[in-house]
Write a protein that binds this ligand. Structure first.
Ligand SMILES: Cc1cc2nc3c(=O)[nH]c(=O)nc-3n(C[C@H](O)[C@H](O)[C@H](O)COP(=O)(O)OP(=O)(O)OC[C@H]3O[C@@H](n4cnc5c(N)ncnc54)[C@H](O)[C@@H]3O)c2cc1C
Length: 508
């Protein structure tokens, strides 16, 4: 029987992120994916600056930026009757217009899933992850000490933990009896990846996304990282008995011609598939030793581009926490913070994406009972975790990330340093940003616990004239491996306080 620390099922953005960060953190990981390789479809395109921060922790941010011709050059989102028809609404003109320098040094990225997944895969393998394609999880059972899983190649695996990154129709979630509830399906579409010469009808150097609404169909058209390749989607109506078979190549060609206003266009269709646009959140994000990640935990409409980004966020979150428990740095209670922190994010993402869907594609969508949307920038960089591992001391759930407060639960402020940014100190362990006098305490706690704990001193390692970190005269801010402030305060007994706080947030 094969033994491993963590078995990850699914090698999409969620599973590959979990595998990569687990392996980087030193855990033994086996990842299985039933498809023969990574995604051929660009699917979830676009990286938020938060995703780019996480990719920077893994050292792949430059590669992800470089792989896309359109990276960071902007985004244009238009609602129109067709490519050259009536423009109803410009939703986004250019993301680059917002100056994020007080929030982060990480840029937006625009790369598609098809070009990002191979980068994650290579980095995961380089760090030691065993990733097997054409291999399916057939069954699993868990007990108090671990999970036993049977794979389609006949191998039995015994793992301490199972990460279910098996997508929106997660069989693992179903087997655990965890319901996924919410608005449900709001539409179905046929997706088409095609090659054609659209000339300059779409702006080649930015992601140029059109939501199309006309008498013939509702759909979308967007360019990809590969010049001359496009993704087109058109609505499908299963309630009228329609299936993918009702969209043969001739019909799709006609629809693409109508959507582009290019009657003579000869698109070469490379891929077609049916896709359900839905909003559902799992009632629990874990059961015992099994953790749901990405679409397995929540499915969100693509309007807003948050499905892939939150899958990466989930993957990173569960990875550093599982690795900390496996190393003995943390107790199992740390794992309770996974759902406490990631489910509220999923709820805000789903609500905001649903409102976007109504604005951009489905004007008749009934959203009574759905929470109000939240500001996308706050959701991206100004979100707050509140759990046993992030000791938030007031009720705010979001803040304006351009004016960071340094309060526990929020991302630590990113201030300029001589070499770059305080953000450069993050992602390799725990960091104490301190106003002076904490060095001995940090060294004592590191020596006693063996936990990777760095000390960064105001005035030496970074300047903070406006006291954005909120350290006062002699305080400290304890920042987690994911760049979130776990605790902030001051004390006479510095080593004792630091030790108590770490023990509390790590569930030791
Ligand atoms: C056709 C399509 C188009 C999409 N378009 C967009 C878009 O435009 N914008 C957007 O934001 N999002 C889009 N999405 C959703 C987006 O891809 C996901 O939100 C994102 O990839 C989440 O990643 P994930 O890893 O959670 O799930 P997935 O990427 O779905 O990965 C799950 C993986 O698990 C594998 N798997 C399942 N069961 C097993 C098993 N038993 N054993 C082994 N492997 C298994 C699957 O083969 C799959 O590769 C699209 C999805 C699809 C399918």
């Amino acid at each position: 029987m094969k033994r491993t620390d963590v078995l990850v099922v699914g090698a999409g953005l969620g599973g590959l992120s979990a595998s990569m960060f687990l392996a980087i953190e030193g855990a033994d990981v086996l990842t299985v994916e039933r498809h023969p390789g990574t995604s051929l479809h660009p699917r979830a395109s676009g990286q938020t600056p938060r995703t780019m921060e996480l990719y920077r922790f893994a050292g792949i941010d430059d590669e992800v930026l470089g792989v896309s011709e359109r990276a960071s050059r902007g985004l244009r989102v238009t609602v129109a009757s067709s490519l050259r028809g009536q423009v109803f609404h410009r939703v986004v003109e250019d993301l680059g217009e917002i100056d994020l320098s007080t929030a982060t040094t990480a840029p937006w990225g625009m790369a598609g899933q098809d070009v990002v997944e191979p980068i994650l895969l290579e980095r995961a393998r380089k760090a030691g992850a065993d990733v097997r394609f054409s291999t399916e999880l057939v069954s699993f059972e868990q007990d108090a000490d671990g999970v036993t899983a049977v794979l389609s190649d006949g191998e039995t695996v015994r793992a301490s933990y199972l990460v279910a990154a098996d997508g929106g129709r997660s069989r693992i979630r179903e087997a655990l009896g965890i319901a996924a509830t919410g608005v449900g399906a709001i539409g179905h579409s046929v997706g088409v990846v095609f090659d054609a010469d659209l000339g300059d009808h779409l702006q080649a150097d930015v992601t140029d996304l059109y939501y199309l609404q006309n008498a013939e169909f509702t759909g979308a058209l967007v360019n990809t990282d590969i010049p001359g390749r496009y993704v087109f989607a058109v609505d499908l109506h299963p309630e009228r008995g329609e299936t993918l078979a009702d969209f043969p190549e001739e019909r799709l060609t006609g629809l693409i011609r109508a959507g582009t206003d290019l009657p003579g266009l000869e698109p070469r269709i490379r891929w077609t598939g049916a896709w359900e646009m839905a909003a559902r959140i799992a009632e629990r994000f874990s059961a015992g030793r099994v953790f749901l990640v990405g679409d397995a935990a929540k499915v969100t409409p693509p309007t807003g581009g948050m499905g892939g980004n939150t899958a990466v966020g989930d993957g990173h979150d569960i990875a550093w926490k599982l690795a900390a428990v496996l190393r003995g740095d943390a107790g199992p209670a740390l794992l309770d913070s996974y759902e406490a922190e990631r489910k509220p994010i999923a709820e805000m993402v789903v609500a905001t994406s649903l409102h976007n869907a109504r604005e951009r594609m489905l004007p008749g969508l009934d959203l009574s009972g759905t929470p109000e949307p939240v500001d996308p920038l706050a959701l991206t960089l100004g979100f707050r975790y509140r759990s046993g591992a992030a000791l938030a001391d007031d009720e705010d759930r979001l803040e304006n990330p351009l004016e960071p407060s340094g309060r526990p639960g929020f991302r630590a402020p990113h201030l300029p340093t001589a070499a770059g940014s305080t953000g450069d100190f993050l992602g390799r362990g725990w960091v104490v940003f301190a106003a002076g006098g904490w060095r001995d305490a940090v060294e004592a706690v590191r020596a006693e616990t063996g936990i990777a704990l760095e000390h960064r001193e105001r005035g030496t390692d970074f300047d903070d004239p406006g006291d954005v970190f909120g350290l006062g005269a002699d305080g400290a801010s304890l920042v987690r491996p994911d760049g979130i402030v776990a605790w902030r305060g001051s004390s006479e007994d510095r080593a004792g306080t630091l030790w108590d706080v770490l023990a509390r947030v790590l569930g030791r």
